[in-house]
Design a protein around this ligand. Structure first.
Ligand code: GTP
Ligand code: IMP
Ligand code: MG
Length: 336
């Protein structure tokens, strides 16, 4: 019974969606609550032949018995929320905090129409930056001001803290990644809020003393979308030759690919207060590891990589993802 935060350790798109979905299936939380910026995020969850790309609903939706929350700090686009509620059939179990900030059409127009934001920073065009800016200027509408959201509104911190008091299992789901944090990332090439574990706790109104575990998700080959420095970036030719190509869930832009960055992993683990790490994309280190579900069946190349990564991170790697599908994972959390 615990409260766990899951966050991204590199530049976002580390595969948090898959990791959250797996933990939810295994640990049976009563609540999965989303923190982070808003619908600039796209979490991918692949279950069997079906692929979902969620921007508002927590990725843990695949576990049917959890209530799904959107935390106070998160920005909500009511149109995207409604589409996902319909598509995923979660109307009976989705709730959002009455104080969530609202993304208006004007925010999207300002995000896409501003050359500095859209070209120099390379934002997702989802309106998050302008909406957070209005929230700071105290002119934003909140969820409680939107008639069509009334049926979903609750006090998210009160529900979460009550569940924790009762000893229930709760997951707090982060979005984006450490390298694009407003505070700790490569400013100004960052998103409009901090993305570290402390922020995800604050987004949900759960105090630091109530968090038991922080799982930081890293990908074997980090990626970055949009502009900004990326010290271990490979050329497109190099990554293409290695058979590594990724496209964004929200903007469909091609993701820049880099090599493992041990220094960044360590610094990010420190600021996130990492207790356990997850590594995705081990099948990209060695194709023979695709779909492997037992640690003992990983190749020496993969095990050597994991040993080095664990030293860099400074915390145990307890989740090893070997492919995009939900069941392609090695979970050794019970063994530490
Ligand atoms: P943000 O919240 O937007 O930062 O995204 P995210 O961390 O949830 O990651 P996202 O789903 O955007 O990107 C991860 C991509 O890697 C998706 O296409 C996943 O299906 C895929 N993926 C996840 N784990 C693995 C893995 O172990 N191997 C491979 N090959 N792909 C994976
Ligand atoms: P914004 O958050 O749309 O303002 O975009 C600012 C920067 O953060 C851009 O480089 C985006 O590509 C990046 N970004 C925002 N959200 C995500 C995400 O969920 N995954 C990866 N990159 C993101
Ligand atoms: Mg993503």
């Amino acid at each position: 019974m615990s409260c766990t935060i899951i966050v991204g350790g590199f530049f976002g798109d580390e595969g948090k969606g898959k990791i959250v979905a797996h933990i939810a299936q295994e640990d049976h939380p009563s609540i999965i609550s989303r923190g982070g910026v808003g619908p600039n995020a796209g979490h991918t969850v692949v279950v069997g032949e079906k692929e979902y790309g969620v921007r508002m609903i927590p990725s843990g939706f695949v576990y049917p018995d959890a209530r799904l929350f959107i935390g106070t700090g998160v920005l909500v686009n009511p149109r995207i929320l409604e589409q996902e509620i319909e598509q995923l059939d979660v109307r009976h179990r989705i709730f959002l905090d009455k104080r969530c900030g609202i993304i208006e059409e004007d925010h999207i127009a300002r995000d896409k129409g501003d050359v500095y934001l859209s070209k120099k920073i390379g934002t997702t065009g989802s309106g998050c930056g302008p909406a957070n800016s209005d929230r700071v200027m105290r002119v934003s509408r909140l969820a409680k001001d939107v008639p069509e959201l009334q049926e979903f509104l609750i006090d998210v911190p009160l529900e979460l803290n009550t569940a924790i008091d009762k000893g229930e299992t709760v997951l707090l789901e982060g979005t984006q990644g450490f390298g694009i944090s407003l505070y700790y990332g490569t400013y100004p090439f960052v998103t409009s809020k901090d993305t570290s574990a402390s922020q995800i706790a604050a987004d949900n109104g759960v105090g630091p003393t109530r968090i038991d575990d922080v799982v930081v998700v890293f990908k074997a080959y980090p990626t970055r979308v949009g502009e900004g420095p990326f010290s271990t970036e490979m050329s497109l030719v190099e990554s293409d030759n290695m058979g590594i190509q990724e496209f964004g869930t929200v903007t469909h832009r091609q993701r820049r690919i880099g090599k493992w960055d041990g220094g960044m992993a360590r610094y990010s683990a420190m600021i996130n207060g990492c207790t356990q790490a997850a590594i995705t994309g081990i099948d990209k280190i060695d194709k023979d590891c695709f779909g492997v579900k037992e640690y003992g069946k990983l190749s020496k190349i993969a095990k050597d990589f994991l040993k080095q990564a664990e030293e860099d991170i400074g915390s145990p790697i307890t989740l090893i993802s070997t492919g995009p599908e939900l069941s392609q994972i090695i979970d050794i959390r019970g063994e530490i």
